[in-house]
Design a protein around this ligand. Structure first.
Ligand SMILES: [Zn+2]
Length: 491
């Protein structure tokens, strides 16, 4: 079974002009559906900036093919595709339904008329944060409830300052659809007109070498199987789940909304067991110390926990000493860029420092050391504190905000199903992660017994035991919520 599919765009592909035209028409058409025929300047300027970069790098076909994959409906079902990396920094893939988070600055817009608000004082106060955290408002023109959106992600994070960079096109998708796409006939039907411009290869390696500059990679993520099953078990579309629900947020603070206590689930303090990225003991400790209070804080938590050298001996100390909070520590590479811009550094210097920080600020050659020293003295001249200088040099790897946004949205959707559709959620979980579970096998006592045994040697479990331990915790939670697995229906 192929774990990864790589779609290479043929070098002699001559779809550029036509591709540019299609991408432009589709992007503007979707933007006008949302924001009105007369687009707000911020939307129009953003589209023009992104389109010109995409046209210059001849990469429009990557967006068009990604759209066909992300919006494919094999067997009449919508598939779930989760982008990794910086692609979510761009408005165009969001409008084409390839990515999940709107990267525009926070804003209100009316679903009924053309009212938008990107500029009022209340909205500006959320700059750099998530628009869904803004208070509810009604449309001053037609009285309908306004929609809130925008995660404020800058396009240069993906395209670079000169617009010449082509972002990485790497997507996770469910096991089921990796298998579906692995069939050349299915693939051909989905890529339709573009199939003649691509070569498709399969790999079992998780990171095969890049074969060309223009390629798309697809990998497996079982949590997307879980999300798809939750969606089809409940008929509630995951993209329609609201981001401003206090009940869902409470799961990131306590398991109480599930009707259980942490004692019921082996002492795990939150309702986020098996909510991807928020289900580890490491994340639980970060939550305890950072005390998130908004959706944006959750996004930042993913950056802090994914990154290397970001939390331990770094952000954690700053928060413990009261110098910083979850809102101000470096969680994403974007934070470095914007902090330095705010301090008055040039876009070139800020970008250059961000690029160095993102993969660990290594300087081995004499030239690299000289460049580093020069940038550091520029930062000192701009009043950057010693703490900040030390902190960014401790970072070994830091993710882009776009990735945190996409991952938090998926986690949030799963938390929603878990809270409101418990039977459907656990049924989906068991079919994805415990397909061999026989209905008569796990009785409650047995689960508790095995769980207690594993808990005692939690740090020395092998990989299979680790997996089983996690599954047992989910069963414990399920039983505590009063849900049982019924025997097979043999009538
Ligand atoms: Zn209105």
């Amino acid at each position: 079974m192929a774990k990864k599919i790589i779609i290479n765009i043929k070098e002699d592909s001559n779809v550029c002009d036509r591709g540019n035209q299609i991408l432009r028409e589709e992007s503007f058409s979707v933007a006008r559906e949302v924001y009105g025929v007369d687009l707000p300047p911020v939307v129009k300027e953003r589209l023009e900036l992104e389109l010109s970069a995409i046209e210059n790098s001849n990469s429009s076909i990557l967006y068009l093919i990604s759209k066909l994959i992300a919006t494919a409906t094999p067997e009449g079902k919508n598939i779930v595709v989760n982008p990794l990396g910086e692609l979510g920094s761009l408005l165009i893939p969001f409008l084409l339904k390839i990515t999940h988070g709107n990267p525009l600055p926070p804003h209100y817009f009316c679903p009924n008329c053309d009212f938008v608000d990107f500029d009022s004082e209340g909205v500006q106060a959320y700059a750099g944060r998530a628009g869904c955290d803004m208070p509810d408002r009604v449309c001053p023109i037609c009285g309908k409830k306004l929609k809130k959106d925008g995660f404020d992600i800058s396009p240069e994070i993906a395209l670079a300052l000169n617009g010449k960079r082509v972002p990485i096109f790497l997507f996770d998708l469910s096991q089921k659809y990796i298998s579906y796409f692995s069939d050349p006939n299915h693939f051909e039907s989905i890529l339709s007109d573009y199939i003649q411009f691509v070569d498709v290869s399969f790999s079992d390696k998780s990171n095969p070498g890049d074969t060309s500059r223009l390629h798309i990679s697809l990998r497996v993520d079982p949590y997307l199987d879980l999300l798809e099953r939750c969606q089809s078990n409940t008929q509630m579309r995951w993209k329609e789940i609201p981001f401003d629900s206090e009940a869902i947020f409470s799961l990131f603070q306590s398991p109480a909304a599930l009707g259980i206590t942490s004692d019921d689930i082996g002492g795990f303090p939150y309702g986020t067991l098996e909510i991807p990225d928020f289900n580890t003991e490491f994340m639980a400790r970060i939550i305890q110390e950072t005390k998130p209070e908004s959706f944006d804080d959750l996004i930042r938590l993913t950056g802090i926990s994914f990154g290397d050298g970001v939390w331990l001996d770094n952000a954690r100390d700053a928060i413990r000493e009261g110098r910083e909070s979850i809102k101000t520590v470096t969680a994403f590479r974007d934070d470095v860029y914007f902090y330095l811009r705010k301090k008055g550094m040039s876009t070139e210097d800020a970008f250059s420092i961000m690029q160095r920080v993102r993969k660990g600020w290594k300087a081995s050659s004499q030239k690299q050391c000289a460049e580093r020293d020069q940038l550091i003295s520029k930062m000192v001249r701009h009043g950057i504190s010693v703490h900040y200088l030390e902190s960014i040099q401790k970072i070994q790897y830091v993710f882009p905000r776009a990735m945190g946004v996409c991952h938090t949205i998926i986690a949030w959707a799963l938390a929603y199903y878990k809270l409101y559709f418990p039977a459907e959620y656990y049924a989906a979980y068991i079919s994805v992660f415990m397909p061999d579970l026989k209905t008569d096998q796990p009785i409650r006592e047995k689960t508790n017994e095995k769980f207690a045994e594993y808990s005692l040697r939690k740090d020395s479990l092998n990989m299979d035991e680790e997996k089983e331990y996690r599954n047992l915790r989910v069963l414990q939670e399920m039983y505590a919520r009063g849900i049982v697995i019924l025997g097979p229906d043999i009538l």
